[in-house]
Design a protein around this ligand. Structure first.
Ligand SMILES: C[S@@+](CC[C@H](N)C(=O)[O-])C[C@H]1O[C@@H](n2cnc3c(N)ncnc32)[C@H](O)[C@@H]1O
Length: 207
């Protein structure tokens, strides 16, 4: 059965995210994606970076079915593992031993503002335990800088998020960085992206 979902934002942001990944991805090992959604990013990046293994995950069954369908559709079954059921707040994350051994980095695209603040804390906490020194955690999405929105459209987006769920909202980069520091990460690079988004590369620097 074809359970593929189509998230239109992925069409708009995949190229620019791919450019960032091409600079930071190593040529082998596993990348764990948290909150993969439809799975479109996963199959695209798996094809762009064939030397690595892209491990998608999502807590929603409908999303994991979509990811599996995308893997089938793109004939990546021999290369890409099936998605994991990871809810960042349910700790410890259940991680297969191969991923544990060969993980190189963690990526989460447009997740932390559509989840509670506790999810950001758990994301850094668990990532800090999984990753070794020198490995990265990359976030992509809208952020406030100095507790201020960088555009009116981000401010309106933030209001609409909070109306849907009061625990959601565009996060302040400074607050996110505090969680990073607590868990042994430094903000290595902040990259301005199209449509008032950022990619943030955190590097693990201590155990
Ligand atoms: C806006 S979608 C983004 C999906 C995909 N990354 C993309 O950019 O198209 C947010 C995703 O975060 C996932 N998510 C929400 N809460 C989560 C949690 N507690 N742990 C992990 N993922 C979560 C949702 O299921 C959804 O797939």
């Amino acid at each position: 059965m074809d359970n593929r979902l189509f998230f239109h934002a992925t069409e708009r942001n995949r190229e620019s995210i791919g450019e960032v990944l091409s600079r930071i991805l190593l040529t082998r090992g596993y990348i764990l994606e948290i909150g993969s959604g439809s799975g479109e990013h996963g199959v695209i990046f798996q094809k762009c970076f064939p030397e690595i293994t892209w491990q998608s995950s999502d807590p929603e069954l409908i999303h994991r079915k979509s990811i599996s369908s995308w893997i089938d559709h793109e004939e990546l079954n021999l290369k890409m593992p099936q998605p994991l059921d990871i809810n960042v707040e349910k700790i410890p994350w259940e991680i297969p031993s191969e991923l544990l051994l060969y993980i190189q980095g963690i990526i989460s695209i447009n997740m932390i503002h559509i989840a509670s603040w506790n999810c950001t804390k758990s994301l850094f906490n668990e990532s800090g335990k999984l990753l070794k020194n020198g490995q990265f955690l990359m976030l992509y999405g809208p952020f406030k800088i100095g507790n201020k929105h960088i555009s009116q459209s981000n401010e309106l987006f933030d209001i609409s998020l909070r109306m849907q769920n009061k625990s959601w909202g565009v996060r302040d980069l400074g607050e996110v960085n505090k969680e990073a520091t607590k868990n042994g990460f430094i903000e290595e690079e902040l990259i301005g992206m199209p449509a008032n988004n950022f990619s943030v590369i955190y590097r693990k620097v201590s155990l």
